[in-house]
Design a protein around this ligand. Structure first.
Ligand code: FES
Ligand SMILES: [Fe+2]
Length: 386
């Protein structure tokens, strides 16, 4: 993030502190609980949104530091589509359906690997190159009428922005991650050094709540005091934050108490991430939490109307080379995941009562407007009339 923007955002926080206000819309927003798959159209809505949001939009699958050299790869199944992401000889990151073009066996069984020369199907040993091209067919005489060129791995659109790898998990036209995210978000993330960071500590966790609730719990500061009273709340303020919608995405600022001291310091010394967590919601399902010296990337994958898989990793300035360095990042992650456990407990509690009939709508307070923005984008991009 550019220094001028950091200064503007800090000014906005300081003004709120002085006036005891926070970013807000004019009025609360009501959202029918049917949006959380709690209505009669539960299955149809879920299927429609899964297609519109998780098959047709770009989703984040990883970071370039996971596959630094040609032949490095990882597989990815959380979206519901089996994907193989690999770096080719030209250094390009490509994404393919991880499915053999002979009779459809899962091609690469491993979660990740390095320097692979060819991907060989475990069934009849058809082999594919780093760029997905079909290289070899044992006993090829039996396939005389089959054109090799037409039997390469099925490519899915893939693009890299700020070091983050995005895929649209359906074969089709090219994907432009920069256009999708917008110049502002890319500029911010590059400014925070995400591009040159190193991937650390992949993690998976399943939770009994809708993917939407799993995102809602991150998007406001109203809950910090009651929910995180004994964990992270002492660092933050009660219900003071900034919300900037950026296209379908969001940038939320969670200021820390130390930001007050900046009022008496020269602007040259104003560094936002030291005094606030900066949270990006990349629509539909990724959260990037920028902390003082690292960032966490969390992605929420629907596994059913009320079941979600969280995949996450940490982006650190360089690969931790010592036990001490690992212990430092692990301690940071323990704080983060302690706090997210508190959040998900609330989300699961909401899920438990969602179909009870107590609420026909949930209400987002005027200062919970980041949630309103998030749900408006879902309506816009996945409405039945679209
Ligand atoms: S299914 Fe892959 S080689 Fe036969
Ligand atoms: Fe929280």
């Amino acid at each position: 993030m550019k220094p001028e923007l950091q200064h503007q955002l800090i000014e906005r926080v300081l003004a709120h502190l002085e006036r005891r206000t926070t970013d807000t819309e004019d009025r609360p927003t009501l959202l029918p609980v049917a949006a959380y798959y709690a209505g009669a159209d539960r299955d149809a809505r879920y299927a429609r949104e899964l297609t519109a949001l998780f098959r047709e939009l770009p989703v984040l699958v990883g970071h370039v530091s996971q596959i630094p050299k040609p032949g490095d790869f990882f597989t990815h199944d959380a979206s519901g589509v089996p994907l193989l992401i690999a770096r080719d000889d030209a250094g390009q990151v490509g994404a393919f359906l991880n499915v053999c073009r002979h009779r459809g066996t899962r091609l690469e069984p491993a979660a990740c690997g390095e320097g692979k020369k060819a991907f060989v199907c475990p069934y009849h040993a058809w082999s594919y190159g780093r760029d997905g091209a079909l290289l070899g067919i044992p006993h090829e005489r039996g396939f005389a009428t089959i054109e090799r060129e037409s039997r390469g791995l099925a490519r899915v659109p893939c693009d890299v922005a700020a070091g983050l790898i995005f895929v649209r998990p359906t074969p089709g036209e090219a994907l432009d991650a920069t256009t999708w995210l917008g110049a502002q978000i890319i500029d911010d993330l590059i400014g925070f050094g995400l591009q040159g960071s190193a991937h650390y500590a992949s993690r998976r966790e399943e939770r009994a709540l809708s993917w939407k609730l799993a995102i809602d719990v991150f998007l406001e500061t109203y809950h910090l005091r009651p929910v995180h009273k004994d964990s992270i709340y002492p660092l933050f303020f009660d219900n003071i934050g900034l919300v900037d919608p950026l296209g379908p995405h969001l940038r939320n600022i969670f200021p820390k108490r130390s930001i007050k001291d900046l009022a008496t310091q020269p602007r040259d010394a104003w560094i936002l991430r030291r005094h606030a967590n900066v949270l990006y919601h990349l629509f539909p399902n990724t959260l990037i939490l920028v902390e003082p010296d690292h960032a966490a990337v969390l992605t929420l994958w629907p596994q059913g109307p009320d079941h979600t898989l969280l995949t996450s990793f940490t982006l650190v300035p360089e690969p931790p080379a010592t036990e001490k360095a690992r212990a430092y990042w692990d301690a940071n992650n323990a704080i983060l995941y302690g706090a997210t456990a508190e959040d998900f407990t609330m989300g699961e509690s909401i899920q438990g009562g969602m179909a009870s009939g107590a609420n026909r709508e949930v209400v987002f307070g005027a200062f919970e407007h980041a949630l309103a923005h998030f749900h408006r984008q879902i309506e816009r991009l996945a409405s039945p009339s679209r």
